[in-house]
Structures are given as structure tokens and as C-alpha cells.
Design a protein around this ligand. Structure first.
Ligand code: HEC
Ligand code: HEC
Length: 467
């Protein structure tokens, strides 16, 4: 008999004795005689449906530097944070096609380095500095930041690339440049348009420093129970050096530096030493030398002379992991019970609570537990989540177990930000296969979750919102 069953029997015994005593001595009603009014209340109203407690308020659980950095590392962090928060203009090489003009615009909730904020900055950005772009239909003021992809090219071959939602047309300093946006309406009409939500960057340096062998050992652990629950999962090995890549919704990017170079070029249109040529080479639209951002070879001091992407990488690498709440929402007892249930129903078979970093050169990142709640593997999630985009070895229906740290203060969920409701995010894990994609690997676990009584589901949701 486990603790909770035992406790329930105890409550039952208390209730029975209260009733017996009541009949026998005909005393007054015995409202809170055992001091456990909460639980008895639940027994009388057993069907209060569990619900997502919503975005956790209070102090942001992230945004600062990780504990243990040296004074010089803290200098790098501070300098790089300013760079990450800075907005670029046409004279800096912004665009000619881009999604926004700063990293922080998309990575800001609940603090710099986080994810999509309540108000989507892409809407106001369309007309910033005289911009004349029409706001694409899917960018809504109170919706998530959206990065648009086309699945296929007009000739039917695979695309998958990011299609920018803004241009420099009409903006200060961009005279003579006229660019049209991709035809998003046509793409939507032919079911060719899919989206990505910004991922959270807190603790990214810990993720970067988890050795491949730790990921593989965790993959091999609990193999019998995983098999029984239908869970496989595999690493996305990058094609360049063959090691495990881990950043992005499909674990498609190897490192923070690579991801920074990519984001600078793709999100902001700033060519750099990692991606040195422009994505849009229309000669009428070039207003800065190329690459737009480079190392200052004349500078004799760091971090000042570093290029932008190195600074971004330092900022993200030194960002502290999210701080969970021990008490909110629901209290210590509920959160603790929810954590146990998270393991018991099988969520932790993909969302591994802790992986440990290796012997890292940066002391603060060395041999540290990363409480990321991810196995960093990609899993087949069924046709309901599949976006039909192939990235590295990850197929159209495969996604990285989303790291759940910081979840309590996130607004939008799943790779395309389709919901703000945790229960919907959980139910979206469950879907049968079709002719194109197999069933979700999470089906059995979600079935286990659905069998929990509402009070226990609530504990699990409280636990998730405490992260
Ligand atoms: C227009 C919004 C937008 C801007 C601007 C933006 N990002 Fe992102 N970021 C995203 C999206 C969307 C993803 C998820 C992409 C994916 O997985 O396909 C992402 C993911 C990332 C990741 C991967 C994190 C992880 O653990 O998966 C990193 C690192 C990152 N961005 C860094 C940056 C940096 C550095 C900048 C500035 C140069 C930047 N981003 C600017 C939208 C944005
Ligand atoms: C088979 C592996 C697997 C299992 C089992 C699993 N998940 Fe997930 N989970 C994923 C993947 C993969 C994603 C990302 C899916 C996507 O965005 O399309 C995800 C996403 C999520 C998200 C959204 C996170 C975000 O940042 O948007 C939540 C919340 C979540 N899972 C909770 C749970 C809970 C609770 C359970 C147990 C009831 C569970 N998961 C079981 C693989 C799994």
C-alpha cells in the first residue's frame, strides 16, 4: 500500500468514526474535526475538472547569469546581453528580408532570453521606420511569434526553409528597394504553410555541455518499460561531424554559435562570419557591406571586439537555467505529488528530469545537473503534430522532447504555439497514425494520464506550472 492509499484509508477511517460518534452521542456537526477539510471537500465534489493554473506570476524565473561565473565571464555576459537586446536598422545590414530586428523581440517572456511574449512584436514591426509591408494574416497582436516555413517548392520538391514575414521596403535608408512578401495566402490555401514558436534559451549553456554519451546512456535506460509504452526516440546526428545536435524543435542545430549565426542571418537578415552571403541578394536592396557583421580586427580587447554571433552565443551559454517555484501554484504538497505522478504515468520517459553536463571548460557549466525535462531525442508524435518538415535526420513527424524547464511562465505551447492551455498541449501528444505518419509514441502515456482522477491531474498540472 503506498503512502497516498494509506492516507485515504486514514481519512475514510476518520470519517467513519466521526459518523459513528455523531450517531451515538448526537453531537453537533463535525465540520473540520480531523483538520483535513480540503480532502473531505474533494470527496464530496469528486468531479471538479482539472485545469491549467495559467502563466505563473511573480518574479521571472530566468534572465540572469548562471551561478559561478568568474568576474570576466560576467563581463562577457553583460556585454553580450546588450547586443542580444539591441535593435538593428537598415544601415547595419538588417534584411532585406527578415522576421524582426532584435533577438530579444522573440525571446523575451518572462525575461530576456525567454520565448514569445503576450504581444507579438512582429505586428508593429511591419510599419516600423516607414515600413510598408502588409502584416501576414497569421501574425496576430495577441498571438504567438511565428516563424513561417513552406513545406514544398512550387515544383513539388521539398522546401522547409524559413519564409520571412517582413522586408525593408519603405524603411528609412532603404530607398529604391521594393520587395514583395512570399504569397502566404496561396501557401495556406494549399496546406503548404507551417509555423515555429521561439524556443526558450534559459540554461542553454548546460544543454550545450551535455556529452553525447550521457544522452545515449539515458536513451538506453528503462528500455523495458519504454518498449512496453511504445516509446523509442532517437538522436538527431548532424551530418557534418556526426555528433548529436540538440537545439531547435527538431534538435536540428548543433551549437549555440551555429544557432546564433543562423538566427542572425535568417531572423534578422544580418549576414555574418558563419553565414557570410545574403539570403536576398537583390542589388537594389543592399545598404551595408557583406558580411554585415564581422569581428573587429582592430580591437585589442574582449568582449568589445567580438562579432555579434559570438556575443549572442556567450549570452545564451551563460544564461542561468529557469528557477522553479517550490510552492506556486497549489502548494508544496500538490507540486511534489504532481512530480511523482509525472514520473509514474511515464511523461519522464521522454521528458527526462535531469541530464548531467560533462567536464566543461567553463567551470560554472562543468559536471552540473541540467533539470531540463528532456531526453534531447526526437520522437514520432503522430499526424496531429507532424509538420512535414525534414531537418537533419528528423522526419516530418519527429520532434525533440520539448525541454519543460521554465514552462510555468510560458504563454504558448508546442512547436507552432497552437495553444495556451497545458491540458490541450498534453492531449495533442495523442493521435493515431494515418497513411503518411505512424501513431504518436506518447499514446500509451497520455492514456495513463487520462486515467488519473481529476485531483491527481491537477497536481500534475500544478507541478508543470511550478517549473
Ligand atoms: C522572429 C523571431 C525570432 C528572432 C528575432 C530570433 N529568434 Fe531565436 N528562435 C525563434 C524560433 C521560431 C525558434 C525555433 C526554431 C526552430 O526550432 O525551428 C528559435 C530558436 C532559437 C534557438 C534554439 C533554442 C533551443 O533550445 O531550441 C536559439 C539558440 C536561438 N533561437 C537564438 C536566437 C538568437 C541568438 C537570435 C538573434 C540573433 C534569435 N534567436 C532571434 C525565433 C526567433
Ligand atoms: C514520446 C515522448 C513523449 C512523452 C511520453 C510525453 N511527451 Fe511531452 N512532448 C514530447 C515532444 C516531442 C514534444 C514537442 C511536440 C511538439 O511541439 O510538436 C512535447 C511537448 C510537451 C509540452 C509542450 C512544451 C512546450 O514548450 O511547448 C508539454 C507541456 C508536455 N510535452 C508535457 C507532457 C506531459 C505532462 C506528459 C505526460 C503526460 C508528456 N509530455 C509525455 C514528447 C513526449
Amino acid at each position: 500500500m503506498d503512502f497516498y492509499t494509506l492516507k485515504r484509508w486514514m481519512y475514510l477511517a476518520v470519517i467513519v468514526s466521526v459518523v459513528l460518534v455523531g450517531c451515538w452521542a448526537s453531537v453537533r456537526p463535525t465540520q473540520a474535526e480531523d483538520g483535513h477539510g480540503r480532502d473531505r471537500e474533494h470527496e464530496r465534489h469528486p468531479v471538479t475538472p482539472a485545469r491549467d493554473p495559467g502563466v505563473r506570476g511573480g518574479m521571472p524565473g530566468g534572465g540572469g547569469p548562471i551561478v559561478g561565473l568568474t568576474a570576466r565571464e560576467l563581463e562577457f555576459f553583460a556585454d553580450a546581453k546588450t547586443e542580444f537586446e539591441g535593435a538593428e536598422g537598415v544601415a547595419d545590414g538588417l534584411g532585406p528580408r527578415m522576421n524582426l530586428d532584435s533577438c530579444v523581440g522573440c525571446h523575451s517572456q518572462p525575461a530576456t532570453g525567454g520565448t514569445s511574449p503576450f504581444v507579438n512584436p512582429q505586428v508593429a514591426f511591419a510599419s516600423k521606420d516607414g515600413g510598408t509591408d502588409r502584416v501576414p494574416f497569421f501574425l496576430r497582436l495577441n498571438g504567438p511569434v511565428q516563424q513561417a516555413h513552406f513545406k514544398f517548392k512550387p515544383d513539388g520538391s521539398r522546401d522547409g526553409g524559413v519564409k520571412n514575414t517582413a522586408t525593408i521596403t519603405g524603411r528609412t535608408g532603404a530607398g529604391g528597394c521594393v520587395l514583395a512578401l512570399p504569397d502566404f495566402d496561396a501557401a495556406a490555401a494549399t496546406n503548404n504553410l507551417v509555423f515555429r514558436l521561439p524556443a526558450n534559451l534559459f540554461g542553454a549553456g548546460l544543454i550545450e555541455n551535455i556529452p553525447d554519451r550521457a544522452i545515449l546512456a539515458n536513451q538506453a535506460a528503462n528500455s523495458t518499460i519504454k518498449k512496453h509504452q511504445g516509446i523509442a526516440g532517437r538522436a538527431n546526428h548532424n551530418s557534418v561531424d556526426g555528433t548529436i545536435s540538440r537545439f531547435g524543435w527538431k534538435a536540428q542545430n548543433k551549437s549555440l554559435l551555429l544557432n546564433a549565426g543562423l538566427a542572425y542571418a535568417v531572423e534578422m537578415g544580418i549576414s555574418n562570419e558563419m553565414f557570410p552571403t545574403e539570403r536576398e541578394e537583390n542589388p537594389a536592396c543592399q545598404f551595408a557591406t557583406i558580411p554585415n557583421d564581422v569581428t573587429n580586427t582592430e580591437a585589442t580587447a574582449t568582449p568589445g571586439g567580438l562579432n555579434g554571433i559570438e556575443k549572442f552565443a556567450f549570452f545564451m551559454r551563460f544564461l542561468a537555467p529557469p528557477t522553479p517555484s517550490l510552492t506556486t501554484p497549489g502548494g508544496v504538497y500538490s507540486i511534489g505529488h504532481g512530480r511523482d505522478l509525472f514520473v509514474k504515468v511515464g511523461c519522464a520517459l521522454c521528458h527526462t528530469p535531469t541530464l548531467t553536463t560533462g567536464n566543461a571548460t567553463v567551470e560554472a557549466l562543468s559536471n552540473q545537473p541540467a533539470n531540463l525535462f528532456s531526453d534531447l531525442l526526437v520522437h514520432k508524435m503522430g499526424p496531429g503534430l507532424a509538420d512535414d518538415i525534414i531537418q537533419g535526420q528528423a522526419q516530418g513527424d519527429e520532434f525533440r522532447s520539448a525541454p519543460l524547464w521554465g514552462l510555468g511562465q510560458r504563454i504558448f505551447f508546442l512547436h507552432d504555439g497552437r495553444t495556451t492551455d497545458l491540458l490541450e498541449a498534453i492531449q495533442a501528444h495523442k493521435n493515431a497514425g494515418n497513411s503518411q505518419f505512424g501513431p504518436s509514441e506518447a499514446n500509451a502515456v497520455i492514456h495513463n494520464f487520462n486515467k488519473l482522477d481529476e485531483r491527481h491531474k491537477q497536481d500534475l498540472l500544478n507541478f508543470l506550472r511550478s517549473l
